[in-house]
Design a protein around this ligand. Structure first.
Ligand code: GLV
Ligand code: MN
Ligand code: MN
Length: 434
């Protein structure tokens, strides 16, 4: 197997600038594919996702890729190698969004995968390239993140498929409808020739900007726990019930939220968030009877994260006991921290230096498809600087120069990748192939 990439570094700066401009223009076009007018909201298997997929599929095809959809709606574009049966590099990220999102989270990584294939300008590598646009990473529709990469790695399980969305539609029913509409779907598992996974993503935080760096190399992705904590008190009349006779579920939840905030603030690297809260009966003149709070806890050290979750749940119990409020808590999801592949991280460091950026190793507080893929194939991520550190917000941005820089680093990564194929372990990934 011999690389066909020699001479790529001779490509002009203008090429990368114009491919970067195209990638950004495509992010703008995809921003128009939304389930909610006036904002960017695109959830798993929604009509907006379908429109987005059709555009991305067209761009993949015009870049010379053979496209397919798999059983969970992941869009795959394959750019063939210089020889048949060659090993494969996967470049991916997600195409779904949070509600009222920015336009780059996930999407830019897929556009950069296509951009790298375009930068090859028809030349073939000694390995095939699979660009994947994952159908769900954010977990908005089913409260379960990483549906796309879970399916790719064989970890989307029966209890996941039974989950229901806000309209009561079970995931298996949504998938049946999708598969009926797309009868050519392929299996979602990884091709046995896949040897590595590469993901480009905006940083979504302020570290690179603060350091004056366009790119960073992700070394670790923090683990996450998600839970629901419900406070069940007693609804009652807001005008007639004296304060000392109330069992106000929202007041109990409020006490808990501030306790969690202050405990998390005192532990370096720990973040804890309640981003969703529901209150029943939700009327101005009724004492809240039932409040449900989401809880999202993250830390790079799993033992610290687990201990923090235990502590937060015990605090909820103690507050409930004191206030005569019943507390129900369910830990719904735990994802261990992931260390990305050392060989690929070293390769990423090398190419980042080659394009003139001093290598900076990062811990990602955000979850990424790479943390799921890493269980099956050696994985690595590049971060692009996020202006203002803003993400999961319509003001999310990226600099065109940084996108061009990511393409320059990416093409060098492709040039050097083949030499590393033999060093990348096969042992773990075997159980993840179809
Ligand atoms: C994904 O964006 C997450 O980290 O929640
Ligand atoms: Mn996100
Ligand atoms: Mn993302």
């Amino acid at each position: 197997m011999r690389t066909m990439l020699a001479g790529h570094t001779a490509r002009t700066e203008t090429d990368f600038d114009s491919i970067a401009a195209t990638a950004l223009a495509r992010c703008d076009m995809l921003a128009k594919c939304s389930d909610e007018p006036g904002q960017i909201t695109r959830t798993f298997l929604s009509p907006a996702m379908e429109r987005c997929n059709r555009l991305v599929q067209e761009w993949m095809r015009s870049a010379g890729m053979i496209t397919s959809f798999d059983r969970v709606g992941n869009l795959r574009g394959y750019y063939a190698a210089s020889s048949e049966d060659a090993l494969r590099l996967i470049i991916g990220s997600h195409l779904d969004t949070v509600p009222n999102a920015g336009r780059y989270d996930g999407v830019l990584g897929v556009m950069l995968g296509i951009g790298l294939v375009e930068a090859l300008a028809g030349r073939r590598c000694g390995f095939g390239i699979d660009v994947i646009g994952f159908s769900d990473e954010e977990g908005v529709r089913y409260g379960l993140p990483f549906i796309g990469s879970r399916a790719a790695t064989g970890t989307l399980l029966a209890p996941h498929l039974a989950r229901r969305d806000a309209d009561g539609i079970a995931m298996y029913a949504a998938l049946d409808a999708f598969q009926n509409a797309y009868p050519d779907v392929v299996d979602a598992g990884l091709d046995p020739r896949a040897r590595a996974y590469l993901e480009f993503h905006i940083e979504q935080g302020p570290v690179l900007e603060h350091a004056g760096l366009a790119l960073g190399v992700v070394e670790t992705i923090a683990g996450q726990s998600r839970a629901t904590v419900a406070f069940r008190g007693r609804a009652g009349h807001a005008g007639t019930t004296p304060m000392f006779l109330r069992r106000d579920a929202l007041a109990a939840a409020a006490e808990w939220l501030t306790a969690v905030e202050s405990a998390a603030s005192s532990m370096p690297g720990l973040v804890a968030t309640t981003g969703r809260i529901s209150c029943e009966p939700d009327a101005a003149n009724v004492i809240p009877g039932l409040v449900r709070c989401s809880l999202d806890v993250r830390h790079a050290d799993d033992a610290i994260r687990r201990a923090a979750v235990e502590d937060f749940l015990r605090t909820a119990d103690a507050i409930g006991n004191r206030r005569e409020i019943e507390v129900e808590r369910v830990v719904e999801y735990e994802q261990a921290a992931v260390r990305l592949d050392r060989t690929l991280v070293a390769l990423a460091d090398q190419v980042v230096s080659e394009v003139g950026v001093s290598p900076r190793h990062m811990t990602s507080g955000a979850g990424h498809d790479a943390m799921i893929m890493a269980a099956c194939v050696p994985s690595v991520m590049f971060f692009l600087r996020s202006p203002g550190g803003i993400s999961h917000h319509p003001d999310e941005a990226v600099y065109a120069e940084d996108v061009a820089m990511a393409l320059r680093a990416g093409i060098r990564f492709l040039e050097r990748f083949e030499a590393h194929l033999d060093q990348l372990s096969e042992s773990e990934r075997k159980s993840c192939t179809t």
